[in-house]
Write a protein that binds this ligand. Structure first.
Ligand code: UDP
Length: 242
């Protein structure tokens, strides 16, 4: 255990979970209990290393503002629906982690009295210092943003060492690995290279925020067992952008 402790690379991290990580692999359930339990187990492994963890949760499994807008719903209203959907996911992952005896606090950028706490910066830092996992839901609380922006913003606010962006692929590739068998995985990239090569890591406002505040981002496969643990303990995993 001491050997592992010595190799801990990050002590306060912000994990971005996309809504899609909650889906059943067969696509039959939008919030699947097995996916929740898998994520909670992966999280428990790093919590046991005594690290401080904040989580920003997305809602791509339920509603995205851009998709609702295409159906004819006003964009601001669409984004409100998207943000509230992240709270739904937050409630689900919060409950799953509690079942595994992980101490958590669910916060929302939009007040939802009786359901969860409203986001409060100093309280969030206080909870993190006590090793309580803070789940940040409802994005930044404003339309026209994504939860990637929320992840970078909250990470900077709480002085996290890194944003770990959990995705369904192994990291950032030279081209789409689903379309091109010869696509190569980057292990490291600079912010400049990402922009120059026009690689899609996250939306530009989120990415610019990370770059401006020198916040490292690691893009990795959240469905790969042990990947989260390996990143925290300094083993190369996914793509590191800094
Ligand atoms: N959203 C928003 N403001 C925010 C964060 C999210 O309006 O600060 C809305 C937006 O409609 C977005 C949806 O919430 O499409 C779900 O978030 P996101 O698409 O980032 O989820 P993910 O792709 O990570 O699952």
């Amino acid at each position: 255990m001491n050997k592992v402790k010595n190799s801990i690379k990050y002590t306060r991290v912000l994990l971005k979970l996309s809504g899609e990580s909650l889906i059943d692999i067969n696509g039959s359930s939008k919030i699947h209990i097995k996916s929740l339990d898998f994520l909670s187990k992966e999280i428990k492994r790093i919590i046991d290393l005594n690290i401080e963890l904040g989580i920003v949760i997305g809602a791509g499994n339920l509603f995205r503002g851009s998709q609702l807008q295409k159906m004819g719903i006003n964009r601001v209203v669409s984004d409100h629906i998207g943000m509230l959907s992240t709270v739904i996911n937050g409630l689900a992952i919060n409950n799953s982690m509690n079942k595994m005896n992980i101490k958590t606090e669910l916060m929302s950028a939009i007040p939802l009295n009786g359901i969860c706490e409203i986001y409060n910066w100093s309280r969030a830092i206080n909870l993190l210092s006590k090793k309580i996992v803070v789940i940040f839901s409802a994005g930044i609380g404003n339309p026209f943003f994504t939860t990637d922006s929320a992840a970078c913003l909250r990470a900077i606010e709480v002085h996290a060492d890194i944003v770990l962006k959990g995705t369904l692929v192994d990291g950032v590739y030279t081209s789409d690995p689903k379309k091109n068998n010869n696509a190569i995985l980057y292990s490291k990239l600079s912010y400049k290279e990402v922009l120059k090569k026009e690689l899609k890591i996250m939306d530009l406002s989120a990415f610019s925020l990370a770059r401006d505040y020198k916040l490292p981002i690691c893009v990795f496969n959240i469905n790969k067992p042990g990947a989260l643990y390996r990143i925290i303990t300094g083993v190369s995993e996914g793509t590191l952008i800094n």
